[in-house]
Structure formats: structure tokens, C-alpha cells
Ligand binder design. Structure first.
Ligand SMILES: Cc1cc2nc3c(=O)[nH]c(=O)nc-3n(C[C@H](O)[C@H](O)[C@H](O)COP(=O)(O)O)c2cc1C
Length: 319
């Protein structure tokens, strides 16, 4: 028998060592202070900061959030104070936090990614860097970096040249074959992959006959996207060797377990925190119990265990 206290939940995400396999997803947790009175740090392995760009951004017109029956549509538009302002005024508070901080980088050109990475890499408060490549590239008619393996690889190479900190590349599910982009990111120097960002979507107001988001289209998150995200993790885990941070609609222990079993070494929790900031804590407690009940004492005993052996693989049509 294994007791709960003997279970080791620590994981290594491409050189980022975490006591617990739970990250708070970018844009959904600030740097933690808003949640400090509502949740225990015991649920948190790391916080991924809101994505930062080179220049300050006011973001998209309101409304920026729309609830849907099983998720949330958002079009925040990367509102942020810009990396220089953030580091000067906000970063100092990060050093006193009891968990790891991951900086998140967004950009509209390869040079912008390089600049923001360089700035974040200088700071000891930042343990790792996540590249949010779900942004349009102004140099190629607004094509999203994450939708093109070569564009993604260019961003990763530029970022890699700025830092030896663990580099996590966050991929978009809005592609035909996510494994192709994943391989490109790995070959360009990613230490880990975050899978997945939001799924593109829209809601329409039937009174005004206009899209309900100020921006028109947005990104869908929450339970609606979980099966999409689980499949993406499952497929990418077979295509690359680097660890995966699985995310998309995780609300409960069982949701989290799906991602671990599919091949994620860690998970990120986003939208669920808005409704219930104690979700991460419950997942961490439940995970230790789940492992102990089965006589298991480390995360490596469940990661990827839903993957079939070669002989078992059957890929048929789906409808
Ligand atoms: C309001 C909101 C803001 C977000 N902002 C960012 C962001 O700045 N950078 C980023 O990489 N992802 C951002 N995301 C995506 C989340 O980090 C997460 O990958 C996605 O929502 C899927 O996880 P979830 O279903 O648990 O929310 C945002 C999501 C939401 C709901």
C-alpha cells in the first residue's frame, strides 16, 4: 500500500521542476494575487502570466467575454501593459510567491517575440518562458504563427537564441495537423509544448443580428473543447519526445487524469478558475489519493498510459 503522504506529485517540464503538476493557464490567473484570498497555494505548481507584448495594448472592444452552454468565448485582444512597464512595476512582487512563475510571450513579428523573450529571460523571478504563438504575423498577411510549422519554428529559434530557461511552446488546435507544428517547434528548440490554446468560435445576438463579441470572432475555452484538447495531446505525445502541458476544459480530477493518461506530464487550468478558484487544490488532493489507492507513488506511473502499443493502434473513420 502507498499512503497519500508518500505520493510524489513532482514533475519536470523541460527543465522546469514543479512540486505539483498543475499550472494556472495564461490569462486566467493574473500573477495569483487576485486569487490569494480565495484559494490555497497548495493547488499551484506554477502560474503562467498573462501574455506580454513589446508595446502596451488596450485590447479589443467590449464585450470581450461571452458565456456559452459549455464554455467561454473570449476576445481580450492581448490587453497588457507591455513587457518593459510590466517588468519595471510588477515583476518585483513575483519573487516572494510560493510557486514558479512562467512568463508568457506574444508578438506580431519574429523580432517582437525575440525582444519580449530577451527581456523576460533577464529576470530571475521568471523560471520559464511560454511562447503564445496564436498571434497573427503582420509580415505574412496576418497568418497565425501557430498555423504554420515554419513560422512557428522561426519564432522558437529566435526565442531559443535569447535564453537557456525552459521554453514552452503553446500550440493552437486551429490547424489540420497539430503534430506537424509540434515537430517543427521541437526541432527548433522547444523544451516542452503546451497543448492547446483556445478553439476559434463565434456567438451571434439574434436581436441585434451582430456577433456578441466586440471583436466578432473569439477563442472558445472550457469543457466544450476538452475532447479536442485530449486528442491533440494524445497525438502529439506520440509525435515528439518533449513533455506536454495539457490544457483545455479541465475542471475536475477526472478531466485532469484524461490528459495525464493521454501523455501530458503536467496540466494547466484556465477557465475553471473563474467559476471556482479551488479547482486546482481539489485536483492536486484528488490526484494524490488516486495514485495512492492504486499503489502508485509517482506521476510517471500514469503519464501516457492510455497510449496503445503499436499492435493495438486502430485509426478508423470517426462518423
Ligand atoms: C479570458 C482568457 C484569457 C486568455 N489569455 C491568454 C493569453 O494571454 N495567452 C495565452 O497563451 N492564452 C490565453 N488564454 C488561453 C488559456 O491560457 C488556455 O490555454 C485556454 O483557455 C484553454 O484552457 P481552459 O479551457 O482551461 O481555459 C486565455 C483564456 C481565457 C479564457
Amino acid at each position: 500500500m502507498v499512503s497519500v503522504s508518500e505520493v510524489d506529485l513532482s514533475v519536470d517540464v523541460g527543465g522546469l521542476h514543479l512540486r505539483r503538476p498543475t499550472l494556472m493557464a495564461s490569462g486566467c490567473y493574473g500573477s495569483g494575487e487576485e486569487f490569494a484570498l480565495l484559494a490555497e497555494p497548495a493547488g499551484i505548481g506554477a502560474i503562467v502570466l498573462k501574455s506580454l507584448t513589446k508595446e502596451p495594448r488596450v485590447g479589443n472592444p467590449m464585450p470581450r467575454l461571452v458565456h456559452t452552454p459549455s464554455g467561454m468565448l473570449n476576445a481580450i485582444g492581448l490587453a497588457n501593459p507591455g513587457v518593459d512597464w510590466y517588468l519595471e512595476h510588477e515583476a518585483v512582487k513575483l519573487s516572494s510567491l510560493p510557486y514558479a512563475i512562467v512568463g508568457s510571450v506574444a508578438g506580431f513579428s519574429v523580432d517582437e517575440y525575440r525582444y519580449v523573450c530577451e527581456r523576460l529571460a533577464e529576470r530571475s523571478e521568471i523560471a520559464a518562458i511560454e511562447l503564445n504563438v496564436s498571434c497573427p504575423n503582420v509580415a505574412s498577411e496576418g497568418e497565425t504563427f501557430a498555423c504554420d510549422p515554419e513560422l512557428t519554428a522561426r519564432v522558437v529559434r529566435a526565442a531559443r537564441a535569447t535564453t537557456r530557461k525552459p521554453l514552452i511552446v503553446k500550440l493552437s488546435p486551429n490547424v489540420t495537423d497539430i503534430t506537424e507544428v509540434a515537430r517543427g517547434a521541437e526541432a527548433a528548440g522547444a523544451d516542452a509544448l503546451a497543448i492547446v490554446n483556445t478553439v476559434r468560435g463565434m456567438a451571434i445576438d439574434v436581436e441585434t443580428w451582430r456577433p456578441r463579441l466586440g471583436n466578432g470572432a473569439g477563442g472558445l475555452s472550457g469543457p466544450a473543447i476538452r475532447p479536442i484538447a485530449v486528442l491533440a495531446v494524445y497525438e502529439v505525445a506520440r509525435a515528439v519526445r518533449v513533455p506536454i502541458v495539457g490544457q483545455g476544459g479541465i475542471e475536475t480530477l477526472f478531466d485532469a487524469l484524461e490528459f495525464f493518461l493521454a501523455g501530458a506530464s503536467a496540466i494547466a487550468i484556465g477557465t475553471a478558475n473563474f467559476g471556482d478558484p479551488r479547482v486546482p487544490e481539489r485536483i492536486v488532493t484528488g490526484l494524490a489519493e488516486y495514485l495512492a489507492e492504486r499503489g502508485l507513488n509517482s506521476m510517471s506511473e500514469i503519464v501516457g498510459k492510455a497510449q496503445p502499443s503499436r499492435a493495438e493502434r486502430t485509426w478508423g473513420a470517426t462518423g
